[in-house]
Design a protein around this ligand. Structure first.
Ligand code: ATP
Length: 988
């Protein structure tokens, strides 16, 4: 067993050299120290043991980093305090340190190593001479690792945003800025200057400078501290610049520097591993020695006597070895700590790379955002400009509007001022007016008081008058009773007048020349307004050529359908009063019979003939009377051809012959089997007439125009019911379009044509006979001589009214037919005014006319009497109304009182005849039945006009009126025309 000679070796050459360097460094920093270059451990211990020098040293390197206490007379406590502060600062800086005991009594090697490390820390270029640096050419010593740690801290604390990082501070410390003389001669100072950037920025460095920096020997020789300051400087610049861009060449330098640092770190790692292994080997070596020594110390008690002197000699060595071992352990701990720090550094570099990537991504994002921001700014600017223009435009408009408004305000102010003046004037006027009104109101109040008093008086007089009126009303009631008696008498007189006028009327109508006919050659010479007609025979000359006729009415060629119907209308109305009426058209073929009765083909409303207008009129009248009567109107249409009756409204095509019932039937129908349709409106009639005309046309042939050869009869049956009395009446209106009346020469026609002609002649002459017999009041009326007269029997004679339209063709070649037609008509009317009339007959007529005039006068008086009674009745109502008005009167002028008392009001009544009555008077053709009178009274009661007048002198009372003479003169034929009182046909 042998001890290693290394353990007891005196200070080696290298240690001496290290000690000399350290002494030189201490002298340079602390000039007052003046330590000898070969100072021993004890000398060094002596000057360092109080810790003051150590604190001064630190404050020189890093001013103010530690507080120094004490002076020459220091207590042992304050001494140890200074040393502890120094050691704590070393700990803070992460530098290896010694133990307090080392300085006080142990080996000074640990103390010197610590100071050398401190020196290397603040003088990186001096590391080549450091104890550890001697093992490698690597420039990164223990100080370098500290720097890396600090650099890592710097990155971790905020990506290098600290402007004055500990690293920077160190690199720019006065010590570094002004290196000692030793440093100036140092090999690395040149490289240090190359990388030291005192002024300006890396981005501004010229390319030559950067390429010089990037040279491999520059980088290799540059201290790690300079390299890190370059990295930090570039990153700081990049951060300082807002866009964070790093110029290309600076980025290249940065990459290069970082690569160099990485390379060194990896080399350092390798070196540390090797060193660690070395320490481990040493430790094992020492451990084995300790075990040997312990074995020697404990196992040889018996030989202690012999061994003791040797043990005494070995014990200090053992102590020394133990110390060495503890130091090695400490160093190993430091190394492990460094390893951890290096791992942190590698991690930090990795993080840095990540950050670089992140920075690049952020830069890209920033770029995109910047572009977007610029675009947005541009857009905003454009929009802003647009908005600004718009606002300017609006501003202009507003300014204009403001100016206009100001003008308008001025105008309005002026206007309002003038108006205000006007209103002031008006106010003044109104004040005057109001005062005036108030005065008037006072007067009115006064007047109102007096009126009230007057009203009281009037009420009194009214009550007196009402008493008188009551008496009058009683008298009136009696008068009303006599009113109806007089009404009946009046009706009777009316009918007597009709009888005198004749129930047969003859209207003559002259057809105009048809288009293409020569108008100059006409047989009509004169048409008088009173029914006179003169025709001329073109074949004769002189007086003999002319013949005059008189009918009820003669219509010239210009007469319209409406004019013709206006004279027919009263007859139509009498149908609804209960009279049977027969209207027929007589004349030669083509004289206008169909035109008058029906109208032309496809007639417009203006061209409608008597048929349509009659039905229309019936509908209207029935509607007007609907509040008093309800009517049902039905229609039949038959044709008589060759003495056979055929139904024209039947849908049965067999055209069977219809039978005729003679005499008056309960239902008033002469042809009960003919189809009868109820009608309610003109449209129904139009439809039925169409059907009838079509059925009539079916029987015609080319040679045989049916309308000329047959008689068509449109029968209208009216049934009315009195709403009050429920009494009913029934009447018929026959509208007959006769066959052509022209005579047919028997030698000219044969067969059917002859047969037709014979039938027509027979029926027309039978009609003539009947009418003639009726006109002459013959006791026997030959109805049975033809089918035509049988069908019309109920409407010819008796109470029936007959109207014959005599149709004339004005053409010269129709003269003989015209004369024949007129003679037939004359015979039918019963009045012949032609040349054949005797003077005696003329006198009879005149007497008859006088009688008519006398009767008219009597009727007028009767009318007046009736109206007077009616007026009395109305006055009763007026008084009742006046009483109500008087009761409701409160203010205002009193009503004009209507005084009818005394002589003045004793039935002084006059009727201003209504239009209708006037028309009746002039026309004289309106017949009144009691039924019709009642209806008219209710319709026209409001039309009465009342005036007060004195009784006519010599006016007779109704009772005193002359009786109508019924002893009429005989007609030309000597027949007695004594009128029977006509009574409308009634069925209860
Ligand atoms: N007042 C008138 N105004 C205009 N045209 C008329 C008038 N009267 C008749 N006519 C025309 O004369 C022609 C013959 O008339 P219509 O057919 O009415 O005669 P008619 O006597 O009925 O003949 P028929 O016996 O053959 O039936 C028709 O074309 C008709 O339009």
């Amino acid at each position: 067993m042998s001890l290693s000679a290394d353990a007891f070796e005196p200070m080696s050459k290298s240690d001496a050299k290290q000690r000399a360097i350290l002494v030189e460094w201490l002298n340079s920093l602390l000039p007052n120290l003046s330590l000898p270059m070969n100072a021993s451990d004890e000398e060094l211990r002596e000057i360092l043991v109080d810790g003051i020098l150590l604190c001064q040293l630190l404050n020189k390197l890093k001013p103010g980093c530690v507080t120094e206490h004490g002076g020459p007379a220091q207590s042992p406590e304050s001494r140890s305090e200074n040393v502890k502060r120094f050691l704590a600062t070393m700990d803070q800086m992460g530098l290896p340190r010694f133990q307090l005991s080392d300085l006080e009594k142990g080996s000074m090697k640990m103390v010197l190593d610590c100071l050398l490390t401190l020196r290397a820390h603040f003088m990186p270029n001096a590391r080549a001479h450091h104890h550890f640096g001697a093992h490698s050419t690597n420039q990164l010593g223990s100080d370098g690792s500290t720097k890396w740690k600090l650099l890592g801290d710097c990155f971790r604390s905020g990506h290098g945003v600290h402007k004055y990082s500990p690293f920077q501070h160190a690199s720019h410390s006065p010590v570094m800025a002004e290196p000692s003389a030793t440093m100036k001669h140092h090999v690395g100072h040149k490289f240090h200057e190359v990388f030291q950037l005192k002024h300006g920025r890396y981005a501004d460095l010229p390319a030559s400078k950067i390429s010089e920096m990037m040279k491999s020997n520059s980088l290799d020789n540059a201290p790690t501290q300079s390299l890190l300051s370059v990295v930090n400087g570039i990153l700081d610049e990049s951060i300082e610049r807002k866009n964070g861009e790093i110029p290309q060449r600076v980025a290249g330098l940065l990459r290069k520097v970082v690569q160099e640092i990485e390379r060194r770190i990896s080399t350092q790692g390798e070196h540390l591993k090797t060193q660690n292994n070395l320490f481990k080997a040493r430790e094992e070596k020492y451990q084995s020695r300790i075990r040997v020594l312990e074995a020697l110390a404990t196992g040889s008690n018996q030989e202690s006597q012999i061994v003791t002197p040797q043990l005494h000699h070995v014990t200090p060595q053992l102590h020394h070895i133990k110390n060495e071992q503890s130091k090695i352990e400490e160093k190993r701990n430091v190394e492990e700590k460094r390893n951890v720090e290096e791992q942190d550094l590698v991690k930090t570099i990795k993080e840095k790379d990540d950050f670089s990537h992140e920075i690049t991504a952020l830069k890209q994002e920033l770029e995109v955002s910047r572009k977007m921001h610029e675009e947005h700014c541009l857009q905003m600017e454009t929009e802003g400009r647009g908005v600004q223009q718009e606002l300017e435009k609006k501003l202009k408009e507003v300014m204009n509007f403001l100016a206009e408004s100001r003008n308008r305000v001025k105008e309005l102010e002026a206007l309002s001022e003038s108006k205000s003046l006007g209103w002031t004037k008006k106010e003044h006027i109104y004040q005057i007016f109001t005062e005036f009104q108030l005065g008037a109101l006072r007067e009115l109040r006064f007047a109102s008081q007096s009126i009230k008093q007057e009203i009281v008086k009037t009420q009194k007089s009214y009550s007196e008058e009402f008493n008188v009126l009551g008496m009058n009303v009683k008298a009136m009631q009696k008068a009303v009773q006599s009113y109806y008696a007089m009404l009946a008498e009046n009706q009777k007189l009316h009918n007597e007048l009709q009888e005198l006028k004749g129930n047969i009327r003859v209207y003559c109508r002259i057809r105009p020349f048809l288009p293409g006919q020569r108008e100059k050659q006409s047989t009509i010479e004169y048409v008088g307004e009173n029914g006179e007609l003169i025709i001329v025979n073109p074949a004769k000359q002189g007086k003999e050529s002319r013949r005059s006729f008189k009918f009820n009415k003669v219509y010239s060629q210009a007469a319209t359908q409406a004019e013709v119907f206006s004279d027919t209308q009263p007859l139509i109305q009498s149908v609804l009063d209960g009279y049977n009426v027969c209207i027929f058209a007589y004349g030669q073929t083509g004289s206008g019979k169909t035109y008058t009765m029906t109208g032309p083909d496809k007639a417009s409303e203006d061209e409608w003939g008597v048929n349509y207008r009659a039905l229309n009129n019936l509908f209207q009248t029935s509607q007007n009377r609907e509040h008093a009567f309800s009517y049902e109107i039905s229609v039949q249409m038959v044709e008589i051809y060759n003495e056979q009756v055929r139904d024209l409204l039947s849908s049965d095509t067999s055209q069977k012959r219809l039978g005729i019932l003679s005499g008056s039937q309960p239902n008033g129908l002469a042809v009960p089997d003919a189809t009868m349709y109820p009608v309610k409106a003109t449209s129904d009639v139009l439809h039925l007439m169409d059907v009838g005309l079509k059925n009539r046309a079916k029987g015609s042939t080319a040679l045989n125009e049916r309308s000329s050869r047959s008689h068509s009869i449109l029968s209208i049956h009216a049934r009315g019911v009195d709403q009050k009395t429920r009494s009913s009446m029934q009447s018929s209106l026959h509208l007959v379009d006769l066959a052509g009346s022209e005579r047919v020469d028997r030698s000219e026609v044969t067969g059917d044509r002859l047969k037709e002609a014979q039938h027509i002649n027979k029926s027309l002459s039978a009609l003539g006979d009947v009418i003639s017999a009726l006109a002459q009041k013959s006791p026997h009326i030959p109805y049975r001589n033809s089918k035509l007269t049988q069908v019309l029997q109920g409407s010819l004679g008796g109470n029936a009214k007959t109207l014959m339209f005599v149709q004339l063709n004005p053409e010269v070649n129709s003269y003989s037919e015209t004369l024949s037609t007129l003679k037939f008509a004359e015979r039918a009317s019963g009045v012949e005014l032609g040349a054949a009339k005797s003077s005696k007959d003329g006198r009879d007529v005149r007497e008859l006319m006088e009688q008519v005039a006398s009767l008219k006068d009597t009727i007028a008086k009767k009318d007046e009497e009736i109206e007077r009674l009616q007026l009395l009745k109305d006055l009763k109502n007026v008084y009742a109304g006046a009483n109500n008005d008087a009761n409701s009167l409160r203010y205002g002028t009193p009503q004009r009182s209507m005084k009818l008392s005394g002589e003045e009001g004793s039935g002084l009544i006059e009727k201003a005849a209504s239009d209708e009555d006037n028309s009746e008077e002039t026309d004289g053709s309106v017949e009144r039945s009691p039924l019709a009178e009642g209806a008219r009274r209710s319709e026209n009661i409001d039309k009465l006009k009342i005036v007060v007048r004195s009784p006519r002198a010599g006016e007779k009372s109704p009772k005193e009126s002359p009786r109508v003479s019924t002893g009429l003169k005989k007609s030309a034929s000597g027949a007695n025309l004594s009128p029977k009182p006509p009574t409308p046909r009634r069925w209860q």
